[in-house]
Design a protein around this ligand. Structure first.
Ligand code: CTP
Length: 403
């Protein structure tokens, strides 16, 4: 959302207080926010709060009575990359559906050239009323996106559907709007991604595993899907879900299963991104019965697992690009450089547990990219979603330069 211009409309309902949190989310994501309020909404949230959080003056009236200055609603409308109205009251929805413009917010809505997203909020009977439904249908037909109201306790004391969607939901919805406009630069590319941990069975109820959440690999998958790629995601056990028409999700348990799927899929892929935290060793014996406790100590003999990424590197064709990950605790760049050579990679994503917030089970990561010419690019600590984007933008430039 960096540098995106969000025009945030606020109409007069109790849910207006939640807009403070929404502005914070937009600002934190790097967006520019300008707010436009209906006169009634200032009874529910102070314009001072709104202007302080958005770091911009708030527009309420057509003209400022003390300075005599006119607020140019056309300029405001043209400035916006998206218009978000939260909360959208029954009254404002009705006026929008009919094209009325008796306040600045409505006049601005009529001047917009971009997408509008509205988050209705009202009492349950108002939300269920046939006229509100009709007005919402009209707005939908006019191209306005509607974030449905949620069910829960309402200001009237009643319980039902009418609560404004939570700020996080409105934020995600707005984010999806921007993402849907991303150019499909990876259209025609097939990307194989490994993600998550592998579990190595000890007996039918126990396994050796690790703390990998799978988040990094799934974020990469989402990112390349948005950019138009076809994705084969070979995932060890995780709690994550992803579905998309261009996604083939293959769920595996062990390193050997992951290797088998990679061997079936790698040949048809243009790009391989190996983010899985594969267990290096597995128990030598596969025991069919649960191991009963007996002696004070139990010795498990482990054998080395196949190196899946190394296998892909040996099979790599000229048109294919291969990316690995290295999680290190010391001498990160030296170890990563060795892996890059040994596994025949085009570049490697290095993260070190020496950096706070980097690694396995966190929501953030701090990476350095290292290529075959020993060139490095260092990135700040970011969310895994942002890190995924950095890796893929680097990859796109890499492929452009290669061809
Ligand atoms: N990898 C793999 N199969 C394995 C081990 C690792 O595909 N059996 C991949 C990982 O997905 C990652 C990269 O290889 O992209 C680096 O893995 P890592 O475990 O850090 O390196 P190793 O080569 O196993 O070396 P070490 O564990 O000794 O650091």
């Amino acid at each position: 959302m960096r540098n995106k211009r969000i025009l945030l409309g606020i109409s007069g309902g109790i849910a207006a207080y939640k807009v403070a949190f929404l502005i914070r989310l937009f600002k934190k994501a790097g967006a520019e926010v300008k707010c436009i309020m209906t006169p009634a909404s200032s009874d529910f949230i102070s314009p001072l709060v709104v202007s302080t959080l958005s770091e911009n003056p708030v527009a309420i009236e057509f003209w400022n009575k003390s300075t005599g200055e006119w607020t140019n609603h056309v300029d405001l409308a043209l400035w916006a990359d998206v218009f978000v109205l939260a909360p959208a009251t029954a009254n404002t929805i009705s006026k929008m559906a009919q094209g009325q413009c008796d306040n600045l917010l409505l006049a601005t809505f009529l001047s917009l050239k971009t997408q509008s997203i509205i988050a209705p909020a009202m009492d349950l009977d108002m939300y269920a009323h046939s006229t509100t439904k009709r007005n919402l249908e009209q707005l939908k037909a006019d191209g306005v996106s509607i974030i449905p109201a949620e069910e829960g306790p309402l200001a009237s004391g009643l319980i039902g559907t009418g609560r404004m969607a939570e700020p996080e939901i409105i934020f995600d919805f707005t984010m999806s709007f921007f993402e849907s406009k991303e150019p499909k630069v990876l259209q025609g590319k097939r990307v194989l991604i490994t993600a998550g941990p592998t579990y190595e069975s000890i007996d039918p109820v126990r396994f050796i595993g690790n703390h990998s959440s799978g988040k990094m690999g799934y974020e990469i998958a989402e990112n390349v899907l948005r950019k138009g790629a076809e994705v084969v995601l070979i995932s060890g056990p995780t709690k994550l879900h992803l579905s998309h028409p261009n996604l083939k999700l293959i769920s595996v348990f062990s390193a050997e299963e992951m290797l088998q799927s990679v061997q079936e899929e790698w040949n048809a892929a243009h790009i391989g991104i190996f983010a899985a935290a594969v267990a290096d060793y597995r128990p030598m014996e596969k025991v069919d019965q649960k191991i009963k406790k007996s002696d004070d100590a139990l010795t498990l003999q482990l054998v080395k697992n196949p190196d899946i990424l190394h296998w892909a590197g040996t099979q790599k064709e000229k048109h294919q690009t291969l990316i690995g990950f290295a999680l290190e605790t010391n001498d990160a760049m030296a170890h990563a450089a060795q892996k890059l050579q040994k596994k025949n990679l085009d570049f490697i994503v290095v993260n070190t547990l020496e950096d706070e917030g980097a690694g396995f089970s966190t929501d953030t990561n701090k990476i350095t990219l290292l290529d075959r010419n020993n060139k490095t690019q260092v990135f700040e600590l970011k969310t895994k979603r942002e890190v995924a984007n950095d890796i893929i933008e680097y990859l796109i430039t890499f492929i452009e330069q290669k061809s």
